[in-house]
Design a protein around this ligand. Structure first.
Ligand SMILES: Nc1nc2c(c(=O)[nH]1)N[C@H]1C(S)=C(S)[C@@H](COP(=O)(O)OP(=O)(O)OC[C@H]3O[C@@H](n4cnc5c(=O)[nH]c(N)nc54)[C@H](O)[C@@H]3O)O[C@H]1N2
Ligand SMILES: Nc1nc2c(c(=O)[nH]1)N[C@H]1C(S)=C(S)[C@@H](COP(=O)(O)OP(=O)(O)OC[C@H]3O[C@@H](n4cnc5c(=O)[nH]c(N)nc54)[C@H](O)[C@@H]3O)O[C@H]1N2
Ligand code: SF4
Ligand SMILES: [Mo]
Length: 921
């Protein structure tokens, strides 16, 4: 038994973990009590990390060997590391020789460690001589970067987590903190408990779990934030709530902004944003007049065609009211990925250079060239993510290197992305998991180490650098990302006849030391740090040589990172979304996170347990809109935008406003798909999203696409589900997917806790050949003699139920319903909850829709840690009495729900509030 301290590889909160190992296997994980981000806590995702590192998952899902594809469409074959990297170096050298350095592109990720990032940035910008290096941070943080630089002068979040303990007002905009930054939300709950006077405002078109703690929810219209924030400033000016002294002493450009907000009258703002004037006034008052106001913001602001304006407008409110540079006050952009910050520090975007330097600045280019010892850096601007894939689709970029991100799932406008991946002469994918959509397009697949195996550093939302440590050896032949970069760079350098000496590193610490040197004298100076100091404790930057500690807060002296030391107001007016709704596309599609899933789900999607809360891909829609569209709960809808289409079952949700629909961003082609009539494959949620992006930050508008929603005319449907052995479950899912991918619709997900459940859904115009159904049955173990069957070929009905006997009782182990699937609900309950089924006999094969007595569904799993479902909570609540807080405590006492990781607390509180107290009833 051994323990290793590291960090969680999921969100930007950056929680510390203690990894438990036994005989070279990861056996457990718990929160690091000494880590200042989480003090021992973990959320649902962090606390299940060890399960995603189990041997069973590794064998079935990890990319374990380098592989190459001789031709597109063929299965990849194993190849040695030398041959793989030589092939890549040959191809890159040839393309660079024939077409110049800008004919290649690197697309990286905010989930790489700082050391990985640094190596690839140097490889592209220092060795190859191209700035075509961008990352998924373009989809995530680039508006925040642009907003900070435009106003405060540097890309540095000025606040820290401890500010939650000092704030008197929290303004949460476009952030579902409860789900996307759960441990930070636990700290918000603590702050509210310690200070009930703390005012919390949430600005989000949806009523999310984050709203549960809010004193005021501003359910604004999608994309109307700039109008909202300008309206608040208008009111602040009217009421005399701004701080003219601070504005005069520390800022420039206020007059232009004040003039711009003059027309943002209460009435106009209320109309554009769709919120009540009184609510707007209250939000403005709390923001401006609270002793300390902290704003937390995320993708609802950043992922917008005016993302930079949204960020700048919010920061402007802080400057106008002097809510900055004091404990509890400031504009705090929450980072999404664990090392989004580190990527920014090393200059890992097409427009940046190491140490927060600018590519566009000739002096900065000269500094970096001198630092690296290369003759000079290219002055040609690099292509941002959207531009890079477009250039590849048009044949301008011929070789793509993709590391630690899954663009065939996560990039908007999948039609273009797929054209790019198909057209590029060479696609290299450096991945930890073999199951991602992008792997299917790779000519070369390079296996990377991942969480539990890697060494290096990451920086979280509050500028805090933590050490990431390896607890176990690399799986299979996987190699570290930085080491793959270094090996490839050396091979390429030999072919280009330059720069081999640029990559002398043998250990990540050597890379980090070079990165540290690049920060000297910059705003993020970390020359006072070392691996040894970081081993002792995670530290915040800046921490220059000679300083004992990092800085918790920035701009406390009112001096900003601009040439004249003054912060700048921006005055851009509100503009509508890039592709407004119209008669043809009358709905606004919003996309975002689920509580228990991570992006493309290569890791979280291996565990049935993480599907308990939201079991299947669906389109969320307001019930009135469903009625109008003639859609009943669970029916299949055809969703189309100007960019593509998708089929999904609908689910009613009053958390959304009318004319708004929501699809979790996780539902990519790995879990849901099918084929259109023209034969093209449907590429998941991002088939629908738009490449329209902010002109300044180049961040795409992932939070809005105009769509239409109609009933899908696919009368044949199938549902098949079974328990299969855990060591085969992921492989079974892969095989099922391959079997049904030509049908017009399918989804395939896991369920259950422990032994692996597999749930397949499909639909089409007519039943597929019996042979296909027989193969599905075989994969799900439904072919043996103990399986009950009903087949009416003439009417297109086929049903199979497999029972497993244990003494006197029998359990349903697998079900397939093809044609009439009305009986799905209760059969699913029998199967998933392992209820006794021996008394049902041939009724198991009936079309009966209503559940027989005694077969009640557990409902969705609200508490993951203890597997507590909706029904149990409802029943327990019926017996609870007293105040909401007392009833919550009783509920926790009887069922234990919400007593471990706490991720379900907002939902439990909502359920408590919605249920009448026992004594009142
Ligand atoms: N569970 C989980 N947590 C994660 C991740 C994950 O995959 N799963 N990913 C991490 C990453 S990389 C990121 S970037 C963060 C993202 O964290 P968040 O940004 O908090 O998450 P999202 O759900 O993408 O979007 C936040 C909210 O923006 C709202 N929104 C949509 N349009 C608008 C608008 O026009 N204005 C406003 N004000 N709000 C709007 C949405 O309704 C949504 O509730 O989460 C991180 N944490
Ligand atoms: N519609 C819609 N689309 C979105 C968003 C949205 O809100 N709506 N959000 C956007 C945002 S904010 C983000 S951040 C992106 C995220 O999108 P992606 O970057 O595509 O998300 P992941 O699935 O986390 O991809 C990371 C990949 O790295 C692999 N991996 C894990 N560890 C390692 C490692 O150590 N090394 C290597 N080489 N590989 C590893 C994982 O298996 C995984 O496939 O999605 C964006 N796309
Ligand atoms: S909040 Fe959850 S996902 Fe984010 S770092 Fe902490 S444990 Fe990981
Ligand atoms: Mo992100």
């Amino acid at each position: 038994m051994a323990e290793t301290r590291s960090t969680c590889p999921y969100c930007g909160v950056g929680c510390g973990v203690v990894i438990e190992t036994d005989a070279g296997q990861i056996t457990g994980v718990r929160g690091d009590p000494d880590h200042p981000a989480n003090f021992g806590r973990l959320c649902t995702k962090g606390s299940t990390l060890h399960l995603t590192a189990a041997a069973e998952v590794t064998h079935q899902a990890r990319l374990l060997l380098p592989m190459r594809r001789a031709a597109r469409g063929q299965a990849p074959q194993p190849v040695g590391w030398d041959a793989a990297l030589d092939q890549a170096a040959d191809a890159f050298a040839r393309v660079i020789g024939e077409h110049g350095p800008d004919a290649v592109g690197f697309y990286l990720s905010g989930q790489l460690l700082t050391e990985d990032y640094y190596v690839f940035n140097k490889l592209a910008k220092g060795l190859v001589g191209t700035h075509n290096l961008d990352t998924n941070s373009r989809l995530c943080m680039s508006s925040a970067v642009a907003g900070y630089k435009k106003t405060l002068g540097a890309d540095a979040p000025p606040a820290c987590y401890d500010d939650l303990n000092h704030a008197q007002c929290l303004f949460i905009a476009g952030s579902n903190t409860a789900w996307a930054h759960p441990i930070l939300f636990r700290r918000i709950e603590d702050a509210k408990r310690a200070n009930p006077a703390l005012k919390i405002v949430v600005a989000d078109p949806r009523r999310t779990d984050t709203c549960e703690i809010a004193d005021l929810h501003l359910a604004l219209q999608p994309g109307s934030d700039v109008m909202l924030l300008h309206g608040m400033l208008h009111l602040m000016l009217r009421e005399g709530w701004t701080q003219p002294g601070y504005i005069a002493a520390h800022t420039t450009g206020f007059e232009a902004l004040a003039a711009a907000v003059r027309e943002c009258t209460l009435e106009r703002v209320a109309r554009v944003c769709g919120i009540a004037p009184a609510d707007l006034l209250l939000a403005a008052r709390w923001f401006a007049t609270s002793p300390a106001t902290l704003s937390l913001y995320c993708m609802g602001l950043n992922q917008s065609s005016h993302g930079t304006d949204k960020n700048a407008a919010l920061i402007g409110l802080h400057l106008a009211t002097a809510q900055i540079g004091r404990p509890g006050a400031g504009p705090f952009s929450l980072t999404g990925q664990p090392n989004a910050m580190g990527g920014r520090e090393v200059g890992g975007l097409a427009n940046l250079l190491p140490g927060h330097r600018e590519l566009a600045d000739p002096a900065h280019r000269a500094e970096v060239a001198a630092f690296w010892g290369v003759p000079g850096l290219s002055a040609v601007p690099g292509k941002s993510a959207i531009e890079m894939f477009r250039a590849a689709a048009e044949g301008e970029i011929k070789a793509l290197w993709i590391a630690c991100t899954n663009p065939a799932q996560s990039m908007p406008d999948q039609a273009t992305v797929r054209r790019a991946l198909e057209r590029a002469e060479l696609v290299v994918v450096q991945e930890a998991f073999a199951t991602t959509a992008t792997c299917a397009f790779a000519d070369l697949l390079l296996p990377a180490t991942t969480w539990g195996e890697k060494e290096g550093t990451v920086t979280n939302s509050e500028r805090r650098i933590s050490r990431v440590r390896a607890a176990v050896a690399p799986a299979g032949q996987a190699r570290h990302d930085w080491a793959i970069g270094v090996d490839f760079a050396r091979r390429l350098a030999r072919r280009l006849d330059r720069g081999e000496a640029l990559f002398p590193y043998e250990r990540p610490e050597e890379v980090w030391n070079e990165h540290r040197a690049s920060t000297r004298g910059r705003d993020l100076d970390i020359t006072g740090l070392s691996y040894a100091l970081l081993d002792a404790a995670p530290r915040q930057w800046p921490l220059p040589e000679g300083a004992a500690e990092g800085r918790a807060r920035l701009y406390e002296d009112g001096v900003f990172a601009t040439p004249d030391g003054r912060a700048r107001f921006a005055a851009a007016p509100w503009q509508p979304v890039a592709e407004p709704r119209d008669a043809r596309f009358p709905f606004s599609l919003n996309t975002g996170r689920l509580r228990d899933q991570w992006h493309g789900m290569s890791r979280t999607g291996t565990l049935g347990r993480l599907f308990g809360h939201v079991p299947e891909p669906v389109l969320h829609m307001h019930p009135q809109d469903m009625t109008r569209a003639g859609l009943a709960e669970g029916e299949l809808a055809e969703v189309a935008s100007r960019h593509g289409s998708l089929r999904l079952p609908v689910a009613a949700s009053t958390d959304l406003g009318p004319s708004q629909v929501f699809i979790p961003m996780h539902w990519g082609p790995e879990f849901v798909g099918g084929r259109r009539a023209d034969g093209t494959a449907i590429a998941g949620v991002n088939a629908l999203t738009t490449p329209a992006h902010c002109p300044v930050s180049k961040q795409p508008e992932l939070k809005h696409a105009a769509v239409q929603v109609v009933r899908a005319a696919l009368p044949w449907s199938l549902v098949a589900m079974a328990w299969v052995p855990g060591e085969r479950a992921l492989a079974v899912r892969g095989a099922l997917r391959a079997l049904v991918e030509d049908l017009p619709f399918f989804s395939c997900v896991p369920f259950g806790d422990g032994t692996a459940g597999v749930l397949l859904r499909a639909a089409g115009a007519a039943a597929p050949p019996d042979a296909l159904l027989a193969r599905i049955e075989a994969l799900l173990g439904l072919e043996d003699a103990g399986t009950l069957r009903y087949i009416d070929a003439r009417r297109g009905q086929r049903r199979a139920v497999r029972l497993v006997r244990h003494g006197d009782t029998a359990h349903v182990a697998g079900v397939l319903l093809s044609g009439d699937t009305r009986a799905e609900g209760w059969l699913r309950t029998l199967l998933q909850d392992q209820l006794p089924a021996q008394d049902f006999g041939r009724r198991l094969l009936s079309f009966q829709a209503t559940a027989p007595a005694g077969v009640a569904a557990r409902g969705k799993v609200v508490c993951n840690c203890f597997g507590v479902g909706e029904r149990a909570i409802g029943e327990a609540l019926a017996a609870c009495g007293g105040s909401d807080e007392e009833r919550l405590a009783q509920l926790q006492g009887t069922l234990r729900c919400g007593t471990h990781c706490g991720s379900c607390l907002p939902e439990l509180k909502r359920m408590v509030r919605a249920a009448p107290a026992a004594q009142a009833a």
